[in-house]
Design a protein around this ligand. Structure first.
Ligand SMILES: NC(=O)c1ccc[n+]([C@@H]2O[C@H](COP(=O)([O-])OP(=O)(O)OC[C@H]3O[C@@H](n4cnc5c(N)ncnc54)[C@H](OP(=O)(O)O)[C@@H]3O)[C@@H](O)[C@H]2O)c1
Length: 286
């Protein structure tokens, strides 16, 4: 598996997104564990999660617990694996989401995530989504405090605009390892953030890189050029899409979600697919 830089760590160029294993439509635990094991078997060393990936009010952290369990039962050396989690975006259990960016809340949420994930510190912690009721600097100040206290090893932000990336970068004294924003063939408006990450040397983790849980299967139908390039290479349109992400910048690391071992096994192959300049131009224009 080809690798990319994430802060002071080196991780697989393709990550695994944990959300489909814990929200609406989630599979049973055995299939989820098999999916995470399949990712590890394929050389995936970046797994994305969040405390909010759960269904009911009483199973906050469902996905973090699942990932910790799968890492323990895998049987191989997991020291190279980076588990990235997030805090500040919550689900009351009725399918809705809300934000809480208060510093005291974020610190308490990070401690709870650490307890679920185990170990001495969280590998990478993202502030999940800006809270309009709290100054951004205050929320990022909490992330800086968590870094300084050693509760988290690397800091990231998610759903951030360029001004917020620059602000976080400054508040963290340059220690901003990752920006996690939505980016896919259907959603390209994070291009300015992607470009800024390349300029500053920050990993850009594209979320919903295949268009999201409900749309990922239809990618080749909705974006015909991706299907055409896939046919030419004898791979799936999802693999072509992930290779297109990787070609966007050396700092991009897509984190495709999966709830089936087959999905992440297929996606992991994207790291080996090189697209020609002509193909990339066609996909960019699609
Ligand atoms: N920071 C944020 O605010 C935020 C928001 C949303 C998501 N995320 C993160 O980003 C991750 C990815 O986003 P996402 O899960 O919403 O959407 P996605 O990655 O665009 O799509 C996920 C779906 O793609 C399917 N899939 C994956 N690889 C495939 C392949 N090679 N061939 C066919 N289908 C394939 C999976 O199907 P199966 O389920 O059948 O395996 C899965 O349900 C999430 O899991 C989460 O970790 C972050």
């Amino acid at each position: 598996m080809k690798t990319r830089q994430l802060g002071d760590r080196t991780v697989s160029a393709i990550g695994l997104g944990g959300m489909p294993m814990s929200i609406e439509g989630r599979p049973d635990a055995a299939r989820s564990i098999a999916t995470i094991h399949a990712a590890l078997d394929a050389g995936v060393t970046l797994i994305d999660t969040a405390d909010a990936y759960h269904l009911h009010a009483d199973d906050v952290g469902h996905n973090e617990t699942l990932i910790a369990t799968a890492l323990r039962s895998w049987g191989g050396d997991t020291s190279a694996v980076v588990v990235a989690t997030k805090g500040g975006h919550l689900r009351p259990g009725d399918g809705t989401w809300y934000v809480d960016g208060r510093p005291e809340y974020l610190k308490q949420a990070a401690e709870a995530s650490l307890k679920r994930l185990g170990g001495d510190a969280i590998d990478l912690y993202h502030y999940h989504r800006p809270d309009p009721a709290v100054p951004y600097a205050d929320s990022i100040g909490a992330i800086r405090d968590l870094l300084d206290a050693g509760t988290i090893r690397l800091a990231g932000i998610s759903n951030a605009n360029p001004a917020q990336i620059r602000e976080a970068y400054d508040i963290l004294g340059g220690r901003l390892a990752s920006v996690q924003n939505q980016y896919s063939p259907a959603f390209r408006s994070s291009q300015p953030e992607l470009d800024l990450c390349a300029e500053l040397g920050i990993a850009f983790l594209s979320w919903s890189p295949l268009g999201g849980i409900k749309s990922a299967a239809d990618l080749g139908t909705r974006f015909a050029p991706f299907q055409r390039v896939a046919d030419a290479h004898g791979v799936s349109p999802q693999v072509v899409t992930l290779a297109w992400h990787l070609a966007a910048s050396p700092w991009v690391i897509p984190i495709p979600g999966a709830s089936r071992p087959e999905s992440i096994r297929d996606s992991a192959g994207a790291a080996e697919l090189t697209l020609s300049a002509e193909e990339l131009a066609t996909l960019d224009a699609a």
